[in-house]
Write a protein that binds this ligand. Structure first.
Ligand code: ADP
Ligand code: MG
Length: 274
């Protein structure tokens, strides 16, 4: 297993915007049927890294490999054509569009009638609902429902099911559970596990350690643009991961820091009332 060629690999990626260095020497790999969790606080460089993976930015140095061969992404289309699908925080769908319609945006099944070509709504709905239900999202049974009527978790799940249906090999999830309540987050995490079971290589970006631990096989912690730690499931406890994300300061250090800060404020003498 360990020697399998990774589906996706980054080698020594550097990225900067003008004089601002955002990523340095990022090396990561993810295999099929594996979830790589990318953990990091705000500003660590997670979104920039995702944009490199999905062809929005070109890194200034380093290589991207797929199945062991170097690839070049000059535009998002190049990454998509190689089976890299990115699901953004809100599922990236359109609230006023029906489920069936949004499922096929860009890949509409058409039926011919004389010289005209129509979007086949009935067929689209059937295929979309089946794909979604196969993924374990059984509450969606009508493709005519509007995306806007779905919960945040259902939208995320729908976007994941859609990517898998259309043959994605690498699924990049940017903070898919950040805005969700506990039950909805659990639902999305189940869908992530299902995508993994189906053999996708998943890159799961989050700052929620428990969510990462629920699905991750492999973890990388990004701090100020560098990989501060890289470890496998079971190697570290929740507390250790949380401490790593805090940039080497332990939770205990932070508590002490705040206790010190709070002290003088509470003890500050009040100016006498006039
Ligand atoms: N287009 C850009 N130009 C200049 N600086 C940027 C740009 N995009 C991101 N940055 C900077 O890079 C750092 C990492 O940002 P980002 O990748 O969005 O982090 P994260 O997603 O982990 O919160 C931040 O300091 C941010 O200000
Ligand atoms: Mg971000």
């Amino acid at each position: 297993m360990k020697d399998k060629t990774p589906v996706l690999e980054l080698q020594d990626i550097d990225m900067s915007f003008g004089p601002i260095d955002v990523l340095h020497e990022i090396s990561l790999k993810v295999q099929e049927g594996e979830v790589l969790c990318l953990l990091g606080d705000n500003g660590a460089g997670k979104s920039t890294l995702i944009k490199i993976l999905c062809g929005v930015y070109k890194p200034i140095r380093g290589a991207i490999l797929m199945d062991g061969s170097q690839v070049e992404f000059n535009r998002p289309r190049d990454a998509a054509d190689r089976g890299i699908a990115t699901v953004h925080q809100f599922g990236g769908t359109f609230p006023l569009m029906s489920i069936g319609r949004s499922f096929f945006v860009g890949v509409e099944p058409t039926k011919k009638w004389g010289p005209f070509t129509f979007f086949d709504r009935k067929k689209a709905n059937e295929i979309a609902v089946k794909a979604i239900q196969d993924f374990g999202i059984t509450r969606i049974d009508d493709g005519n429902r509007l995306i806007g009527g779905l919960s945040g978790g259902e939208r995320q799940s729908l976007a994941i099911a859609r990517a898998v249906h259309f043959g994605a090999r690498v699924l990049i999830l940017d903070e898919p559970t950040a805005a969700l309540g506990v039950k909805q987050a659990a639902h999305v995490l189940r869908i992530v596990n299902e995508a993994k079971r189906r053999g996708l290589a998943v890159v799961f970006i989050t700052h929620q350690v428990l969510h990462a631990m629920a699905v991750g096989d492999h973890f990388a912690v990004l701090i100020r643009g560098g990989i501060a730690a890289d470890f496998r499931k079971g190697d570290k406890t929740r507390e250790e991961i949380t401490d790593l994300m805090a940039g080497g300061e332990t939770t205990e250090d932070l508590e002490i820091e705040f206790a010190i800060r709070d002290g003088p404020v509470e003890g500050r003498p009040h100016s006498a009332a006039p």
